[in-house]
Design a binder for this molecule. Structure first.
Ligand code: FE
Length: 201
C-alpha cells in the first residue's frame, strides 16, 4: 500500500511488474467502459499543473513568518499542511524536516519514487532514477555537489528514506536579508529542489 502509486512512470527503466499490472488493469477498465481515459488524463493534469511545488512553498513561507505555525508543522505536519488545503494521496502522513545551520536534510525513496504529491506535485525524473535513489544514501555529499551544492564539513547531512507511508518535506532555512518581505514574496524564493533537499536557498 505504501508504494502503491499507479501512473508513476519510472523514467528510462523497463516497467516493473507492478507497472505492467497497472497498465493491464487500466486497459481492461477502459475496454469494459468502467473508466473514462479522459478522467485519468484529468487526474494526471491535476497533479502536473494545479498541484505543484508552489503549495509546498506556501507551507515553508508560513513556517518562516509564523512561529505558531512552525510549531504545529513540527508537531503534526499532516494537519499543518491540510490547514492550507493541501491533502490527499501521497500526503497522508507528512513529516517536516527543518534545516538548521548545523543540519541539512535531503529526501529520497530508495525503493521507488514516493514523493509528497499534495505539496510538491509529481516527482522530477531524476528523483525516480536509480542513480539518485542509490547514491543519495551512499554518497549524499557527492550527489549534492552534482546539484551545485557544496556543504562545509561542519554541516551534517541527514538523508531520509521515504520507504514507509511517511512523506517528507524539507523546510529550508529562511534566507538572510528577507525581513521586509511578504509571505507571498518569501514563498517565491522557495524552490522545489530546496524542499527535496538537493538545493539550498
Ligand atoms: Fe516509493
Amino acid at each position: 500500500m505504501a508504494h502503491d502509486h499507479p501512473g508513476d512512470e519510472h523514467g528510462q527503466h523497463p516497467p516493473s511488474d507492478m507497472e505492467l499490472r497497472v497498465k493491464a488493469l487500466e486497459s481492461l477498465l477502459v475496454e469494459k467502459g468502467l473508466v473514462d481515459p479522459a478522467a485519468l488524463d484529468a487526474i494526471v493534469d491535476h497533479y502536473e499543473h494545479k498541484v505543484g511545488p508552489r503549495n509546498g512553498a506556501r507551507v515553508v513561507a508560513k513556517a518562516w513568518v509564523e512561529p505558531d505555525y512552525r510549531a504545529q508543522l513540527e508537531r503534526d505536519a499532516t494537519a499543518a499542511v491540510a490547514e492550507l488545503g493541501y491533502s490527499g494521496r501521497q500526503g497522508e502522513h507528512m513529516v517536516a524536516l527543518f534545516n538548521t545551520p548545523a543540519v541539512h536534510n535531503m529526501v529520497v525513496c530508495t525503493l521507488c519514487s514516493c514523493y509528497p504529491w499534495p505539496v510538491l506535485g509529481l516527482p522530477p525524473v531524476w528523483y525516480k532514477s536509480a542513480p539518485y535513489r542509490s547514491r543519495a544514501v551512499i554518497d549524499p555529499r557527492g550527489v549534492l555537489a552534482e546539484f551545485g551544492v557544496t556543504l562545509p564539513p561542519e554541516i551534517a547531512v541527514r538523508v531520509w528514506d521515504s520507504t514507509a507511508e511517511v512523506r517528507y518535506l524539507v523546510i529550508p532555512e529562511r534566507p538572510a536579508n528577507t525581513d521586509g518581505l511578504s509571505e507571498e514574496a518569501l514563498a517565491a524564493l522557495v524552490t522545489r529542489d530546496g524542499m527535496i533537499g538537493t538545493a539550498r536557498l
